[in-house]
Design a protein around this ligand. Structure first.
Ligand code: MG
Length: 289
């Protein structure tokens, strides 16, 4: 338990970052029952207040968000470079920060392709998931991205955020249930490579999303499915997310506490999109065992 921030009951003492960056509740979904949630400054991860902690994978548990961003950039830049410019189309190269955060981060693969292309005034035929990486379809570009992602992953391996792993172990030790929720179809493989499979009671990933016909983030479906499988009320679960789409999904699902994880300087963006708090290290999250 040495990695937890232990606070006495009813303490108003908060770590600096939480105190400075606690979220603007007023900017969240107006439909969420905000009045029933404890004030954000008094929230603590404890067995009294919560039954489960739910984590996004890329950027929260593993440092794979940057690998995804690089794979997306190469996919789109190759495509844009060879495409003849049409009316109203922009062929500016993919921006690793702004385009990644706004259009693809956290979303299912084909949604990411479609949303980025739409932002550039480009529409492609949907194609079929069996389309190879050379096909100029939504699915074909998705295949190319996945091919590049797997190549990059082989080169660089899977890097793990140790702050997250140590906190998950501490919270599991307190009796909290755990789930991993990722749009990635590679989620199980990434967890296995990183040796983290046993850290989670439940996994809802891109494979399950397709199998069950769930909507991807920013829809709350994947998080709600994880809560259902864990047997907990969303209001008794904490969501950790680094993507705007994931924060929006957590809020839309009326989860008890939606904590933004900022590894790249996106603190304000996460707060503006409904994060209750933003931390850059999970050991900042107040915990009472
Ligand atoms: Mg993420």
């Amino acid at each position: 338990m040495h990695n937890c921030v232990i606070l006495p009951p009813n303490s108003t003492v908060m770590p600096e970052r939480l105190r400075f960056h606690r979220g603007a509740l007023a900017t969240g979904c107006s439909s969420a029952p905000l009045e029933r949630r404890p004030p954000v400054e008094s929230r603590i991860v404890s067995r009294a207040d919560f039954d489960a902690v739910i984590f996004d994978l890329d950027g929260v548990v593993t440092r794979t968000a940057s690998v995804h961003a690089r794979a997306w950039k190469q996919t789109f830049d190759e495509f844009l470079a060879r495409r003849a410019t049409g009316d109203g189309e922009s062929h500016r190269p993919f921006d690793l920060e702004t385009d990644y955060a706004a259009h693809v981060d956290g979303k299912p693969r084909y949604d990411g392709v479609r949303d980025f292309l739409a932002a550039r005034g480009i529409e492609l035929p949907e194609g079929d998931p069996s389309d190879g990486p050379e096909m100029e379809t939504v699915c074909g570009l998705g295949s190319r991205k996945n091919e590049l992602y797997n190549e990059l992953l082989e080169d660089v391996g899977v890097e793990v955020f140790e702050d997250t792993v140590s906190q998950i172990r501490a919270w599991r030790g307190m009796g909290l249930k755990t789930a991993i929720v990722s749009s990635s179809k590679n989620c199980a493989a990434v967890l296995q490579i990183a040796g983290l499979t046993d850290l989670f009671d439940v996994r809802v990933d891109g494979v399950e999303l397709a199998r069950l016909g769930l909507k991807g983030k920013p829809a709350p479906d994947m998080f709600l499915k994880a809560a259902e499988l864990l047997g907990v009320e969303p209001g008794r679960a904490v969501v950790f997310e680094d993507a705007v789409s994931g924060i929006q999904a957590g809020r839309a699902g009326r989860f008890g506490w939606v904590i933004g994880v900022d590894r790249v300087g996106a603190r304000e963006t996460l707060l503006e999109n409904g994060a209750d708090n933003v931390v850059s290290d999970l050991r900042e999250v107040p915990t009472r065992s």
